[in-house]
Write a protein that binds this ligand. Sequence first.
Ligand code: HEM
Length: 88
Amino acid sequence: GDVGAGEQVFSANCAACHAGGQNVIMPEKTLQKDALTQYLSGGMKEGSVVMQVTNGKNAMPAFGGRLSDDDIANVASYVIDQASGDKW
Ligand code: HEM
């Protein structure tokens, strides 16, 4: 996916709960490398982020049907790029 486009999707749809890669609802479940490795179903991979964003999990809403498949792929690329590069 397109990391730059994903950053825009993130700002518009994710930053309310995940500004700076944090998590305002479940503070331990950040978008940083260690937390994604520990908590994200399927591990720290773009496909795992796509699954969680599409389907939601607990208090995180599902974005399938609200965001396009391209937007979801792009935001997943952005999240993994940020986490893998320790950019948050
Ligand atoms: C967890 C991404 C929007 C609330 C996560 C995780 C990812 C993620 C990758 C796994 C983090 C981990 O397990 O350490 C995104 C993206 C979003 C988005 C890319 C936008 C498309 C939101 C919004 C909210 C939210 C808007 C709040 C209304 C949560 C919560 C969790 C979570 C509560 C923990 C879920 C659980 O394991 O019980 N998010 N998120 N997210 N997110 Fe989001």
